[in-house]
Design a binder for this molecule. Structure first.
Ligand SMILES: C[S@@+](CC[C@H](N)C(=O)[O-])C[C@H]1O[C@@H](n2cnc3c(N)ncnc32)[C@H](O)[C@@H]1O
Length: 255
């Protein structure tokens, strides 16, 4: 908690306004994607999905992968609590909807389905997209499948670990957007990033969740932004965005 609070103060001190941004690509992203008000209808779909999950008091047996939870101690967890704690928050959902809606990716990969709350945002913001989402916990993946089917969200959920799945699918497919939202540990995040690079094209957007969640994620984010192949990186505090954009001078933005 303290770590995130102090990181936020640091971020606020460094954050720039659009007036000091000289990259047309990033300026357009701020003024056309982030600043305009989000279509209420899009946000309402997320709210309705979240509200349904928050009413579900049934329990499932969760198998923890990655860094595990800072909050949960028991394996038996109720759906409403998972939705509240692990699922994307309303503030972040707005941001994800805006970003996805602006770029309109056609092929999306999500690392960490949980109950499908961010999966729903990705689909609603880019309804023509083909979405693949990976979730290792069997009971969580099954619940996500049930709810996403009920809400008519066509998504392929792969119930396996990132470690098993990524080397296979990232050599076979190209993705326009990859959302990294599982296993917030340094080595794992850098490993997934390296593998996912095989599936990236010049315009591909990688979104890293919780880049200031802990010291390891801060270190991972710094390493990712320093990668020679990455020419544009944007720190939005809750999310870190990176693109290859080879033609552009290498720049890091904090906005
Ligand atoms: C923070 S939750 C994802 C939240 C979801 N994106 C949302 O906003 O609703 C992270 C999920 O990643 C899964 N996960 C963590 N490490 C994993 C791994 N190595 N392989 C597959 N799934 C993993 C966890 O089981 C957990 O459900």
């Amino acid at each position: 908690m303290w770590h995130t609070f102090l990181s936020y103060l640091k971020y606020k001190r460094k954050a720039k306004t659009k007036y000091s941004i000289h990259s047309p690509f990033v300026y357009n992203f701020i003024t056309k994607a982030l600043e305009p008000k989000l279509d209420n209808e899009l946000f309402n779909k997320y709210v309705s999905y979240r509200t349904t999950l928050l009413k579900d008091k049934s329990q499932i047996e969760v198998t923890d992968y990655g860094a595990g939870s800072k909050v949960f101690k028991e394996a038996k967890r109720s759906i409403d609590k998972i939705a509240k704690i692990a699922g994307i928050s309303p503030k972040k959902a707005k941001l994800l909807l805006k970003i996805t809606n602006y770029f309109q990716p056609k092929n999306i990969l999500e690392l960490g389905t949980s109950l499908g709350m961010s999966t729903l945002c990705l689909y609603k913001a880019s309804p023509n997209a083909k979405i693949t989402s990976i979730e290792a916990c069997p009971e969580t993946a099954q619940k996500a499948n049930e709810y996403l089917t009920k809400f008519q969200i066509p998504v392929k959920i792969i119930n396996d670990t990132f470690e098993n799945v990524l080397p296979v699918i990232c050599h076979k497919n190209k993705y326009d957007l990859v959302l990294f939202d599982g296993n917030h540990q340094l080595d794992a995040t850098l490993n997934y990033f390296e593998i996912c690079k095989h599936s990236a094209e010049d315009h591909t957007l990688f979104i890293f969740d919780d880049i200031h969640w802990n010291t390891e994620m801060e270190m991972a984010w710094e390493k990712i932004t320093q990668d020679e192949q990455i020419h544009v990186s944007i720190d939005l505090f809750h999310y870190g965005l990176v693109f290859y954009r080879k033609g552009q001078v290498k720049q890091h933005f904090i906005i």
